[in-house]
Design a protein around this ligand. Sequence first.
Ligand code: SAM
Ligand code: MD0
Ligand code: SF4
Length: 358
Amino acid sequence: MIESTISKLDMILEKADRESPLNREELMYLLTLSKESDHSKVFNVARQLRTRYFKDRVFIYGFVYFSTYCRNECAFCLYRKSNHTLERYRKTDLEIVEAALSLVKSGVHLVDLTMGEDPHYFDNRESGFKHLIRTVERIKCNTGIPLMISAGVVSEEMLGKFKAAGIDWYATYQETHNPDLYRKLRLGQSYTERMERKKMARKLGFLIEEGLLTGVGDTDEDLVNSLEAMRDLNVDQVRVMSFVPQRATPMQHFTSVSRHRELLIIAIMRLLFPDRLIPASLDVDGLNGLADRLNAGANVVTSVIPPQSGLAGVSNHSLDIEDGNRTISKIIPVLAQNGLVSASREEFAEWIKKRQNH
Ligand code: SAM
Ligand code: MD0
Ligand code: SF4
């Protein structure tokens, strides 16, 4: 009989290729694959699906981490409030504009404005954010570039103001959709509030990004739950990043997990969300880690940072920044080696418009 010669993996991949939704049991099966040859098969189908929707085009995002102050105590993060071992900075309005303009000039498709939940902004409510709103307006007015705000759980009122100022995307990562694990990671922060704010942002007309951390004690079942939660949220961009241990934090000695897990999750995300954006973040393994993530089906390169700007990364505070490895000119050859090219700005604008109207 023909069926008996077709493996379970082939059947699941054939189903994914038809874009028929995979069920929990199938997702679980994919997550438990351990053979390299099986991973390669999943990556192949992931790339085919990427090509179906995006051809050979990739989008590239600039990253401006403009304040590293934070009122929160996330167990995984270098920038948690009680970590006094690092020097923090808060960039001025002009510095933020300059960094954004230089990124746009270098050819990025979007600028991601990111900060910790800096009390300077959050404790002064509207007046704290007033300058930032003007900065956003200036960047938008000068460049017309799509903008993302990653400023943590911002109030609904502020979200409305960011939208009016020209922000297109709201990014706040849940990290996990297991509330018990969440409590251990995002200490003292409400799971529900974070989820609900994303839904609110979508209602306000933002595109939204949801993200996972892997290697933080997440089980396969947790990941399946996350993939289903992301499907329910109908997110526009989905990401997974490997946890990178940070000095002087509660998780600094946490047992590390192979990068294969992140790559497999990227590929499974592509099977589930063939027409969405999936980042390959330079923040985890720098430029060296880019090819593997593209090979697994990612179609956005994130965390491009202008050198000599004094700006930091998140999971890797300084990796590849000052030596200019997180720049477009270093990324383009890696894209080419993988049969990919940087999309035009028009193509990105078109994709955004389509998602906004879907
Ligand atoms: N402060 C905002 C927030 O938490 O939503 C936005 C910036 S936060 C620094 C962005 C993301 O970086 C986090 O949601 C988390 O996924 C990631 N991150 C932080 N520390 C990390 C680490 N040690 N390893 C990997 N990713 C990390
Ligand atoms: C990145 N370092 O894209 C950035 C950051 C926040 N929206 C993004 C984690 O990898
Ligand atoms: Fe602050 Fe974001 Fe780091 Fe949590 S992940 S400590 S909210 S900067």
